[in-house]
Design a protein around this ligand. Structure first.
Ligand code: NAG
Ligand code: NAG
Ligand code: NAG
Length: 316
């Protein structure tokens, strides 16, 4: 009886730890014992640099076949998903021609790579990124070509979920709105910022009330101009835009600003200032708490991501 009880307790412990493990990182990553970490396949092809940035924004790295375990798992994912053209690995020479390292900094000479016939050929002196082809061999390709890729998150002690349902400790829960926010003081363009927030499990902040505007204004105030690494220090990018480029503003979730609950511009805005023939079609929030229209692509600005605490949880 005692034995049986111990056994079932052990079994219970085992199963809870397994299911907790698969939930621990985020719903879109899968745990794999062999590689002691989580992986996610990005089927939508990207350039190598997009792949690297996307994995980074998800808190992971662009996966490389650093050892036989990673190679086997990556090959299996490629085969299971019929990715005939192969996938990008994190092994690259984009920083100095011919000097190959993985994204984590492991030199190529320490990675057990077998090459496809005739590779690496550095064709037209233009190939600095390594592709893993389905049979597990590698080829160098032009980094601006697009391929699917896998992001990898190694399991370490520091992979711990916060009250915001993420391992990213820069998100904090704002009790006045029930949302979590992260202020990015390193500037990006509006479209890059949109990707970054999405990859972090959130979206560019959507302001639904004067209270939320006030909370974001207070957050912005914690980052004085000298802490911001961007071309301009004010405004910060948020989640609305002039979707049809005719001065009608919608949140990124498709509501008008009035429907969303905050439509407060200072006198003279939006002014649709021109840069060449590009007007201002993206949304910003001034330090003063008022809205602003900004260039989507021409410059980098700080930005605010918003995330609901359960956005990355596995649905049960
Ligand atoms: C790629 O090749 C083109 C033409 O051969 C050359 O002009 C360009 O500088 C090369 N790019 C790189 C990154 O080496
Ligand atoms: C791997 O695939 C490449 C491209 O299809 C092929 O040329 C090569 O012979 C294959 N190598 C092995 C070891 O199967
Ligand atoms: C590499 O890709 C870029 C962009 O697609 C292109 O401009 C360049 O010519 C390519 N180089 C080669 C050698 O294919």
């Amino acid at each position: 009886m005692v034995k049986l009880l111990t056994k079932s307790i052990l079994a219970l412990l085992f199963f809870t730890s397994v299911s907790a493990e698969s939930r621990e990182y985020r719903f879109d990553y899968t745990y794999n014992n062999e590689i002691a970490g989580w992986w996610k396949l990005h089927r939508i092809p990207g350039t190598w640099n997009e792949a690297r940035l996307r994995c980074h924004a998800e808190g992971a790295v662009l996966a490389s076949p650093l050892n036989e375990h990673l190679l086997r798992v990556m090959k299996t994912i490629v085969a299971t998903n019929s990715l005939q053209c192969g996938i990008y690995s994190g092994i690259h020479a984009t920083l100095s021609k011919g000097v190959y390292n993985s994204v984590e900094g492991v030199p190529l000479s320490r990675i057990p790579v077998s090459w496809a016939p005739g590779e690496p050929d550095n064709y037209e002196n233009n190939e600095s990124c390594l592709l893993l082809i389905p049979n597990g061999t590698m080829a160098d390709v032009n980094c601006t070509q697009v391929f699917p890729y896998i992001c990898y998150k190694k399991k370490t002690q520091s992979v711990v979920q916060t009250t915001c349902g993420t391992t990213d400790t820069k998100y904090f829960l704002e009790p006045r709105t029930g949302s979590c926010y992260k202020f990015h003081y390193i500037g990006q363009t509006w479209h890059q910022a949109y990707m970054t927030c999405a990859a972090e499990g959130g979206h560019l902040a959507i302001i639904n009330s004067a209270t939320e505007a006030q909370a974001l204004k207070e957050l912005f105030a914690k980052y004085p101009a000298n802490t911001i690494m961007a071309k301009y220090k004010d405004p910060a990018l948020v989640g609305f835009l002039d979707w049809s480029k005719d001065n009608t503003w919608f949140t990124i979730h498709g509501e008008t600003l009035d429907e969303a609950g905050y439509n407060n511009w200072p006198a003279g805005q939006p002014d649709n200032m021109k840069h060449g023939n590009q007007g201002e079609q993206c949304g910003g929030l001034f330090r003063s708490g008022y809205l602003d229209d900004v260039w989507c692509e021409h410059l980098t600005l700080p930005f605010i991501c918003e995330k609901s605490p359960d956005s990355l949880l596995t649905e049960e």
